[in-house]
Ligand binder design. Sequence first.
Ligand SMILES: Cc1cc2nc3c(=O)[nH]c(=O)nc-3n(C[C@H](O)[C@H](O)[C@H](O)COP(=O)(O)O)c2cc1C
Length: 159
Amino acid sequence: MGLQKVISAYIPQGVFVVTSKMNDKINGMTAAWVSQVSFRPRLLAVAIAPQRYTYEFIKNSGLFCINTLGKNQIDLAKHFGFKSGRNTNKFENVAYIYSLNGCPVLKDAIAYFECQVVGECQAGDHIIVIGEVTDHKILKEGVEPLIFRWEDFFGGVED
Ligand SMILES: Cc1cc2nc3c(=O)[nH]c(=O)nc-3n(C[C@H](O)[C@H](O)[C@H](O)COP(=O)(O)O)c2cc1C
């Protein structure tokens, strides 16, 4: 098994849709590389490749929102993870509300955490964007989060 598959299998991650806004536009992308990185204050981080359209939004507004997907939402993760908002409106047929400072929140997410960016740090081909939680809510109590499994998304792809 290649290193990437071993990392994915033995360093478990959830599956999230990271949303943001840029003026009156909204966008979101699927991310597995999300983590808490500080206790006080509560800081969350997401590793984002700089070429993601969502990264432009986060740079512009200084905000991102982590939407936690539930265990039966692989299709929603694929919807936000396999195409770019540069070419399509990924929210066209997706119901959403807004977090406190105006990031889109997927109505079907099981919880969300809106964050204000406090810093970022280059890490290889990704940028770790760090944010302090400014708003959050559990939307579906009792539903287990979706755990990232390489084969659910990249079955035939060798790393
Ligand atoms: C399951 C899954 C997990 C992903 N995790 C990340 C991630 O942690 N960081 C990242 O930069 N891209 C990740 N991606 C890729 C982005 O979601 C994908 O490139 C997306 O199309 C970017 O959309 P955008 O250009 O509208 O921002 C992931 C994709 C999938 C399917």
